[in-house]
Ligand binder design. Structure first.
Ligand SMILES: [Fe+2]
Ligand SMILES: [Fe+2]
Length: 258
């Protein structure tokens, strides 16, 4: 299975959904199935001996995520968590995962790292994405981390998976809607759903354009946000244009100063 057939994938909410599999490298969507406009996506990357959860979510989601993980591997065998920033919908399940595996590696940014102890977690193995912007999966595959400051958190970063061509974008390209499909079907209507999130949450057009400048030459096959739908290959150019043109945050609050 490759990312090019993302649009043909059907979702069985009782199973992990395989999004990519090639050369021993797999990416799954694990949920969440909870019907809400603020739906959270949790992804699992399996590469070599690593099982890496991307944005595992809050205690509201832990039981379902661990159930989905258990259909692939023992939850205690998860080796790392990527926490794209410190928000509770991304990271509040951290103590539950550390309880299962105290050796878990926490991949995050320094500004998120200083706040994570407020979830009550003890010491943990910390991979600093600014000091070490590449994570070696040990099987010839890597994950690359790209800072995305002020989109929306100063701590935010995205994760680039070169093998799959997937960009795990956290809150960037997040969308809010009850009318949801795993893979985006219509970019024009999806833009309205992205506006619902971006106009209030994202800091400014400069922050958005600065991030696009960092990633626009990557061979991105799909964008996998933490909320809303996956953006498939034929809509990636539209998604980059959307972010470049985004008016949000301080652009809207203080138009006279823009
Ligand atoms: Fe957030
Ligand atoms: Fe979020």
């Amino acid at each position: 299975m490759s990312s090019s057939i993302l649009s043909e994938i059907s979702v069985d909410m009782s199973q992990p959904t395989l999004l990519f599999s090639e050369d021993g490298h797999k990416v799954y969507w694990l949920g969440i199935s909870h019907q809400t406009a603020f739906r959270c996506n949790v992804y699992l990357i399996h590469s070599g001996e690593h099982y890496i959860l991307v944005d595992p979510g809050s205690p509201l989601h832990t039981a379902q995520v661990q159930q989905r993980v258990a259909q692939i591997i023992e939850p205690a065998c998860i080796t790392a968590l990527v926490l794209c920033h410190q928000d509770p919908d991304v990271a509040a399940s951290l103590p539950a995962w550390l309880e299962l595996n105290p050796d878990l590696c926490i991949i995050t940014s320094p500004r998120a790292h200083v706040l994570l102890p407020h979830y009550g977690c003890a010491d943990y193995r910390y991979h600093d994405i600014e000091q070490h912007p590449v994570f070696d999966c040990g099987d010839g595959h890597e994950l690359h981390f790209i800072t995305a400051s002020h989109l929306h958190s100063p701590a935010a970063f995205a994760t680039w998976d070169p093998c799959a061509g997937f960009l795990f974008s956290g809150d960037i390209w997040a969308a809010l809607s009850l009318d949801w499909t795993l893979v985006c079907q219509d970019f024009a209507s999806h833009s309205q759903n992205m506006n619902m999130f971006h106009m209030d949450y994202m800091a400014s057009n400069i922050a958005a354009r600065g991030f696009v400048h960092k990633i626009e030459n990557l061979p991105i096959k799909a964008i996998l946000p933490q909320h809303g739908s996956i953006i498939p290959p034929d809509m990636v150019v539209d998604a980059l244009r959307y972010l470049k043109n985004l008016q949000c945050g301080t652009d809207i609050l203080y138009p006279e100063l823009s």
